[in-house]
Design a protein around this ligand. Structure first.
Ligand SMILES: NC(=O)c1ccc[n+]([C@@H]2O[C@H](COP(=O)([O-])OP(=O)(O)OC[C@H]3O[C@@H](n4cnc5c(N)ncnc54)[C@H](O)[C@@H]3O)[C@@H](O)[C@H]2O)c1
Length: 266
């Protein structure tokens, strides 16, 4: 196509597309739901916390977009299948999948139980894979789709504070992202992951409230590792997600995109 004939303002237009977002009841998932809706996207807001999913779906509807709220536990394979079915039934298809549901755990390596390990891996890694597969079943036949997985800087480098299962799960998300990007490229499906540093979401506030930590010290440790000198705010994840969800990133697949204030740059 002739560059002169391209309307670049349309690159971020998501009108007529449907996004399924897990973890949509809070944090990144909620912010991304609202952000994509403002660019024309209809949204299925899925979360373990159904009331929170309903709140997000209502905010999407207030933007004039179609929305539906779905209760899902992404550690339960049968609930994931039902979530994908409900999205197609209510909104017609799945064009974009955002896997934002995730949990953390801070247990020193020698104290981690098998159950504790499995819980983190079941939600963060197996859940992400099964959601990709459920969306893939809709996307492969139409030979089009976009998937955004949530990794972390902890999926790229080791962190302190008993992050063993979490780091392993996020490293797995990065490998899975690359594998699916390659495996599904011929179907026109792009798969990327985002690796954030610390962002002030409800999930992060929960870590700060954990009695084993001094919140002041935590913030100090986090910000000292981030060249931009501060933690992120949830709304600052909307731009990166919009880029990956839209045609603006049409030639981008298989990447782990740091959104980390420069953390991984040094
Ligand atoms: N906030 C950060 O600093 C940060 C940094 C790096 C990576 N991440 C990752 O980004 C993603 C989103 O994080 P956040 O900070 O917005 O989290 P959050 O805790 O603020 O929100 C997560 C949402 O996911 C839902 N959820 C939890 N378990 C679920 C399950 N089994 N099934 C369905 N929904 C479930 C929760 O109810 C909640 O609404 C996570 O994968 C997290 O690991 C976050």
């Amino acid at each position: 196509m002739d560059t002169a004939g391209v309307n670049f303002k349309e690159l971020f237009n998501l009108s007529g597309r449907v996004a399924l977002i897990t973890g949509a009841g809070a944090g990144f998932g909620e912010a991304i739901a609202l952000g994509l809706a403002q660019y024309g996207c209809d949204v299925a807001a899925a979360d373990l916390n159904f009331e929170a999913a309903q709140r997000t779906a209502a905010m999407v509807a207030a933007q004039g977009r179609r929305s539906t709220a779905i209760r899902v536990d992404v550690s339960k394979p049968e609930e994931i299948a039902a979530m994908a079915d409900a999205t197609v039934r209510e909104l017609g298809t799945i064009d974009i999948l955002v896997n934002s549901a995730g949990i953390s755990q801070h247990t020193p390596a020698l104290e981690v139980s098998v159950e504790g390990w499995d819980k983190v891996l079941d939600v963060n890694l197996r859940g992400t894979f099964l959601c990709c597969a459920a969306a893939g079943r809709v996307m492969v036949p139409k030979r089009k789709g976009v998937i955004i997985n949530f990794s972390s800087i902890a999926g790229v480098v080791g962190m302190g504070r008993g992050n063993n299962a979490y780091c392993a799960s996020k490293g797995g998300v990065n490998s899975l992202t690359k594998q699916l990007a390659v495996e599904w490229a011929s179907y026109g499906i792009r798969v990327n992951s985002i690796a954030p540093c610390q962002f002030r979401t409800p999930g992060l506030l929960e870590v700060m409230a954990d009695k084993q930590f001094d919140p002041e010290k935590l913030i100090q440790t986090w910000t000292s590792g981030i060249p931009l000198g501060r933690v992120g705010e949830p709304h600052e994840m909307v731009g990166p997600a919009l880029f990956l969800a839209s045609d603006a990133s049409a030639m981008v697949t298989g990447i782990v995109m740091p959104v980390d204030g420069g953390f991984l740059a040094h």
